[in-house]
Design a protein around this ligand. Structure first.
Ligand code: HEM
Length: 427
């Protein structure tokens, strides 16, 4: 079992986190690119060895540095905190400072380390870390950072770094979006096997940048609703297995998820595009629907999760199999018939969604659903599928898309001393 690396010396951590925060608070926006790099380099190196811990004792961890950000091909952890932020900073240097501080802090957090002193030495010292995850271990925490199209709107001089065609998603059928749950200049997807660890990470990242970013919308996912390689398929809140035919092989990741050099933006190489859709479910209505209708809606059986053309979960769906009374066994307007790559010119996306609940709505109905998260090489992959699903999916009677965002997720950081977005700022 990997031994967690001892916390790094306090001095460099303070100089980056507390020192920078103090500097920003004092309006002393003096950090240039060189200083940001030096500050990030001063952080204690990531203790991740590249070995992912399998044991579920809290010590499981995923390497922070690498070609791709963690939290994409990482087999989905149990819990999610997704948060989108508006940048309130007014200068490029302030934004640069946020990105440098966050990158360094993410390396600490994903190794189960605090971002500052939980117990300050001075009696009047304010804790640098809020403390609710102290001694808990990383619990497989991953923190995945994305940039919304609005970050490139000119406020920070980043127009030339915007990937071609990267814009807010177009309006689509089947949505009734709440503006308070859409967009954001930045987003963080925090996933962990313990909800408090994920919450602690986002809380502390938001806290250390509070003079420069404001939380725009957030969703807490309490159970994974997708499967990665070698994972048992979980169920969504409609009771169906979700993630059976998800992307699981390296070949599919290379072809459908990771951005190559096609974006014309070096900072996106090895990255991906994240689409977030908060999807409300009409649960009470669904719960009264007979089993044959529920199964026809998905094109799969409820208990086994088998395609209606087969008997076992991983049987390959046969969309041409004919029912005795005529017509296909898997209805043409079922969710899987509409979404399957066989019927969409080979298009595939990585689904990495979570079940969420926000308690009850204003009239006492369950306010719950699926925080749909997908990663793809081009947002157009999602748009093409959703256009089709939004207009024809039988499932639409029971769901409504209420929140939405699209984010460019840069490639991974090679080693300590680097930070997301470094390419945006003059050296
Ligand atoms: C609340 C909304 C949704 C629910 C409850 C849901 C549920 C499911 C279920 C149960 C399956 C079958 C098992 C599997 O292969 O994973 C499935 C498959 C799939 N879904 Fe969804 N889904 C939802 C929204 C979406 C959206 C918005 C998209 C994309 C625009 C999407 C794309 C897909 C794809 C690509 C498949 C695989 C189809 C196949 O290859 O057989 N889903 N979904």
């Amino acid at each position: 079992m990997e031994t967690p690396t001892a916390p790094g010396p306090d001095v460099p951590r303070r100089s980056l986190i507390s020192g920078s925060a103090a500097m920003a608070a004092a309006g002393g926006l003096v950090l240039g690119a060189g200083a940001a790099t030096a500050a990030a380099a001063a952080m204690a190196p990531n203790g991740a060895s590249g070995v992912v811990q399998g044991a579920r004792n809290g010590d499981e961890r995923h390497p922070f540095y690498g070609e791709h950000q963690a939290g994409i091909s990482t087999p989905p952890q149990d819990h999610l905190v997704f948060t989108a932020f508006d940048v309130t900073a007014t200068t490029p240097v302030e934004l640069q400072l946020v990105l440098a501080k966050w990158s360094a802090a993410m390396a600490e957090l994903t190794n189960g380390r605090p971002v500052g002193k939980v117990q300050p030495a001075r009696a009047n010292g304010v804790p640098g870390d809020t403390g609710e995850a102290a001694d808990m271990g990383p619990h497989g925490l991953t923190l995945t950072l994305g940039f919304g199209p609005s970050l490139f709107d000119g406020r920070f001089g980043l127009e030339k770094f915007k990937p071609a065609g990267f814009d807010q998603l177009p309006a689509m059928a089947g949505e009734s979006l709440d503006p308070a749950m859409t967009g954001g200049d930045l987003c963080i997807q925090a996933c962990a096997n313990d909800p408090q660890v994920a919450y602690h990470a986002v809380r502390n990242l938001a806290r250390m940048a509070r003079t420069s970013v404001r939380t725009r919308w957030t969703v807490l996912g309490f159970g994974r609703a997708s499967a990665g390689a070698n994972q048992i398929t979980p169920r969504n809140l409609l009771g169906f297995k979700d993630g059976t035919r998800n992307i699981k092989t390296e070949e599919d990741f290379a072809e459908h998820v990771w951005v190559g050099d096609e974006a014309g933006q070096g900072w996106m190489a090895g990255g991906s595009y994240l689409v977030a859709r908060k999807i409300h479910m009409m649960i009470e209505t669904w719960d009264e629907d007979p089993i044959n209708d529920q199964q026809g809606i998905f094109g799969r059986t409820k208990q086994a999760g088998a395609p209606l053309s087969g008997t076992r979960e991983h049987d390959v769906p046969d969309f041409h199999a004919a029912a005795p009374g005529g017509g296909p066994v898997i209805p043409a307007d079922s969710h899987i018939a509409l979404a399957a790559h066989e019927n969409n010119g080979g298009t595939k996306i990585l689904r990495r969604g979570y079940n969420f609940t926000d308690g009850l709505d204003a009239v006492g109905r369950l306010d719950a659903g699926l925080m749909f998260l997908s990663f793809q090489r081009d947002p157009e992959q999602f748009v093409a599928l959703q256009r089709k699903l939004g207009s024809s999916d039988r499932l639409n009677e029971y769901i409504r898309h209420v929140g939405s965002g699209v984010y460019a997720v840069p490639g991974g950081l090679p080693a300590a001393g680097n930070y997301y977005g470094k390419e945006f700022f003059p050296g």
